[in-house]
Design a protein around this ligand. Structure first.
Ligand code: BES
Ligand code: MN
Ligand code: ZN
Length: 506
């Protein structure tokens, strides 16, 4: 997909389809007004006669546009001007691109950067156009014999009204394209069934990313033998009941000028299928537990976006991959395991397995002396009860880091919400027989899960994103969302910006 930028007279632009956003009952935006002047009020008349209702998300194709350079016009409703915010802007984009995907056009020109949005600049709007293009054109039909026709759209040109905006639009589109590709990749890894997407499959993905990076990404895979030698017993305990061997996947990207600059570490929960183990889950919707590696998938997607953008930061991406199955060798409730850190854990419920793979990965991260560590996990059903499907849960031992992540989520429109990690909750993890238990009872399940992780994150600034409610959709639209690749990539880009400010100051 290409996202070039253009300025100039919209009436003269030659394209298969010119896409024009329109507010309900408000003055036309500049591009629409210029087209109107050149076409005997084509748009104005349609609105006046009530032939097009500019309700948010409505679209209207005008198949001929006499007097204009474009072959077609697509009007897109933005709803009421004073109610148009980020969510509405994105909804309008999705509607426009959804319509374009069904048309026999391979290129279009979009005039969306001129839509007024408080506190959002041209670069942001261009980024959203690129992300929306990827989002709406995404298909996952690898396993269908009959595939829906693939959209022909190949080029989305951003029309900007002023020459000075062109560079910003281009840079925004570059970021949006990279993030969009990362999201597509994350969605595909998430959507793949667990009989394909195994821990070894994820390891192969890392190797493939390394191969394709031309030396920019160094990859190391720890197999079960290496994990045994290391002492990552808790990670290994989760995969004991599975025929699929576990893996710890490590990917290193060095973008900072100083190779010794402290890296930012991302850690993804990669449970490629979660049956619950001996604490077996009920059967209903258990298929959705193939999505229990979406944290890992988001780490892969963010690595992919990072390799496209090449920010000057150092990044270490870690994926803890295992399959949680019941079996004669499986871990049993009451088993006590010694973690890589040395603490003993009483596994009271084998379905609380995410924290068991993550705790050893957190300890492994210590060796990189990280500037920050963020883990991403579909960790608790309780996160869905607390926050539903719109916000990822955020917990942290460092308020500055938490703020950075909240801010990145706002910028990327991939938002998180901060939950408390107070000491008072920690005692829910007390065990009669070991240093700690792996469950903390029903109250505040998302918080006690984070409390468990916090015991292994005491040597660096750390945050945890519980994406159980945001990583995929159920029901008719069942499928992975690609979240929180937008948030994570923005977080890394913001760290690059921070570093350059520091260098200038010194
Ligand atoms: N992967 C699940 C969490 C989950 C469940 C995410 C449903 C999305 C939808 C996790 O491994 C799990 O089973 N957590 C348990 C923890 C409990 C045993 C303390 C849960 O949330 O029920
Ligand atoms: Mn589980
Ligand atoms: Zn799980």
């Amino acid at each position: 997909m290409e996202f070039p930028v253009k300025t100039g007279n919209p009436a003269k632009i030659e394209t298969a389809c010119l896409v024009i956003p329109v507010f309900k009952e408000a003055e036309l935006l500049p591009t629409a007004a210029r087209l109107d002047d050149a076409s005997e009020k084509l748009i104005g008349q349609l609105l006046e006669r009530g032939d097009f209702d500019a309700k948010l998300g409505n679209v209207q194709l005008i198949p001929f546009a006499p007097g204009l350079g474009t072959e077609r016009l697509l009007l897109v409703g933005l709803g009421e001007r004073d109610k148009c915010q980020e969510a509405g802007f994105r909804k309008a984009l999705d509607a426009a691109l959804g319509a374009l995907a069904g048309l026999p056009v391979d290129d279009c020109v979009m005039a969306f950067t001129e839509v007024p949005l408080a506190e959002r600049d041209v670069a942001w709007k261009a980024r959203m156009v690129a992300e929306a293009t990827h989002r709406t054109l995404y298909r996952f039909d690898e396993f269908k014999s009959e595939k829906a026709p693939t959209p022909r759209l190949e080029r989305v040109t951003l029309l900007v009204s002023e020459d000075g905006d062109a560079a910003a639009a281009g840079e925004g589109a570059r970021i949006g394209d990279a993030v969009g590709e990362g999201i597509d990749y994350t969605r595909t890894l998430g959507n793949l069934p667990a009989n394909v997407c195994t821990p070894r499959y994820l390891a192969d993905q890392a190797e493939a990313l390394g191969q394709a990076s031309g030396g920019a990404l160094e990859v190391e895979i720890l197999d079960e033998e290496a994990l045994e030698a290391l002492g990552a017993n808790t990670l290994l305990s989760v995969g004991r009941g599975s025929a699929e061997p576990s893996r710890l996947i490590v990917m290193k990207y060095q973008g900072a000028e100083d190779p010794d600059e402290a890296p930012h570490v991302l850690i993804g929960k990669g449970i490629t299928f979660d049956t619950g183990g001996i604490s077996l889950k009920p059967g209903e919707a258990m298929d959705e537990m193939k999505f229990d590696m979406c944290g890992a998938a988001s780490v892969f997607g963010t690595v992919k976006a990072t390799l496209a953008i090449r920010p000057s930061i150092n990044l270490v991406a870690i994926v803890a991959a295992a399959e949680n199955m019941p079996d004669g060798r499986a871990t049993k409730p009451g088993d006590i395991i010694k973690t890589l850190k040395g603490l003993s854990v009483e596994v009271l419920n084998t379905d609380a397995e995410g924290r068991l793979v993550l705790c050893d990965a957190l300890t492994y991260a210590e060796r990189f002396e990280p500037a920050s560590v963020v883990d991403i996990a579909t960790l608790t059903g309780a996160a869905i009860i607390a926050l539903g499907h719109h916000a990822s849960g955020l917990l942290s031992n460092d308020d500055d880091l938490a703020l950075d992540l909240l801010e990145a989520g706002e910028t990327a429109w991939d938002r998180a919400w901060h939950l408390p990690l107070w000491d008072e909750y920690q005692e829910q993890l007390d065990s009669n027989f070991a240093d700690l238990a792996n469950i903390g009872g029903r109250p505040a399940g998302t918080i006690t899960a984070a409390c468990f992780l916090s015991r292994f994150a005491d040597t660096f600034p750390w945050a945890h994103l519980d994406i159980a409610g945001t990583a995929w959709a159920s029901g008719k639209q069942k499928g992975a969302s690609g979240r929180p690749v937008g948030l994570l990539t923005q977080y890394l880009l913001d760290r690059e910006a921070d570093a350059s400010v520091e260098t200038e100051a010194s």
